[in-house]
Design a protein. Structure first.
Length: 336
């Protein structure tokens, strides 16, 4: 019998399909294509950052066999690191702010991560989840030198390097180099920074947009030079008050600010008309792609990211009381 060569789980991260959003493409006269990152093994775009960081740390000798990976995360990076860690033999300690969807917390626990919930607070506060995760890794390394890796997804540029090498290249190849524009929101900035670099290296003519949710400081940064945030958003994993090392020096041609009143109805449209159940950040990305299509005009190929599944936010995106508290409404098929 010939030897069967199974694929490794880590080989299934990336190489996601670029899905044509039919209704929006037909309406705008552009080809609007979404990279189906929810199809990654851990269910989100953050599997790429997780694998990029782990492979980089292994290559640099920063993660020994069986070593513990520690990270502060809104959830998806924790899930990605835990999936990758489980398959490669690294346990994970995941520090999360306590204002994220319960589904993500439950998923992490089900996967066997050591989950530590901490009160949500501003980045400048020493109690912020990112700082707490760094201290946990430091303490583990004090007790047993070299036993822990702090993944540091916000400022560890292995995150954007992986997106440049994989996501950007895949988009270029899948569109036969005919991509005119790319747009997405920023959390760590790894996705946008890597894709901006990767696509611009192929062609300086590719337009790069940022879809910034209300409550994030980047729209003001690109329009006025000031890192200033106003309002809020129910989207998770995106929006920032600072320029991370991953996002620093990234070329962005067009900034948009996207309120929930624009992005959340698009999440429901994606279900109803495209058969895609996506999370709130994908709604922000798609809203940006539509604005870009209108600005560039018909005949352009516009790409974005479909980050994760809406089922990860069931108790928020499909919850009448929660939505009403934010001035939002259920889709018609649930509102009867
Ligand atoms: N969408 C979701 C659902 C996420 O969890 C994240 C990561 N925090 C992003 C978008 C943003 O990706 P990045 O960190 O690469 O900017």
């Amino acid at each position: 019998m010939t030897e069967l060569k199974g694929m490794r789980l880590t080989d299934r991260i990336g190489k996601t399909p670029l899905i044509r959003l039919n209704r929006l493409s037909d309406e705008t006269g552009c080809e609007i294509l979404g990279k189906a990152e929810f199809m990654n093994p851990g269910g989100s775009v953050k599997d790429r950052a997780a694998l990029g960081i782990v492979r980089d740390a292994e290559a640099k000798g920063l993660l020994r066999p069986g070593g513990t990976i520690v990270e502060g995360t809104a959830g998806n990076t924790g899930i990605g690191l835990t999936v990758v860690g489980n398959s490669l033999g690294y346990p994970t300690v995941i520090v999360m702010p306590d204002n994220q969807s319960q589904d993500k917390v439950d998923t992490l626990k089900a996967l066997g991560a050591d989950v530590r919930l901490v009160p949500a607070c501003p980045f400048k506060d020493p109690g912020h989840f990112v700082h707490q995760s760094r201290r946990i890794a430091e303490e583990l390394n004090e007790k047993d030198p070299g036993s822990a890796l702090w993944a540091n997804q916000f400022d560890n540029v292995a995150n954007r390097v992986f997106h440049e090498a994989t996501t950007a290249q895949e988009i270029w190849d899948e569109t036969n180099g005919e991509v005119d524009a790319f747009i997405c929101a920023v959390g760590t900035g790894g996705t946008l920074a890597g894709i901006s670099r990767g696509l611009k290296a192929h062609s300086a003519d590719v337009t790069i947009g940022i879809s910034d949710p209300t409550g994030s400081a980047l729209f003001n940064y690109f329009t006025t030079g000031e890192l200033k945030a106003e309002g809020g958003s129910i989207s998770e994993g995106i929006g920032t008050s600072r320029i991370t090392d991953n996002f620093a020096d990234t070329v962005v041609d067009i900034p948009y600010q996207i309120p929930d009143s624009e992005s959340v109805p698009l999440v429901y449209d994606m279900i109803r008309y495209e058969g895609l159940c996506l999370g709130g950040s994908s709604g922000v990305n798609v809203a940006g792609a539509i604005r870009l299509a209108k600005e560039l005009g018909p005949g352009h190929v516009i790409t974005t990211i479909l980050c994760d599944s809406g089922l990860r936010y069931r108790e928020r995106l499909f919850n009448r009381e929660f939505l009403a508290s934010k001035g939002l409404e259920l889709p018609d098929w649930l509102s009867v």
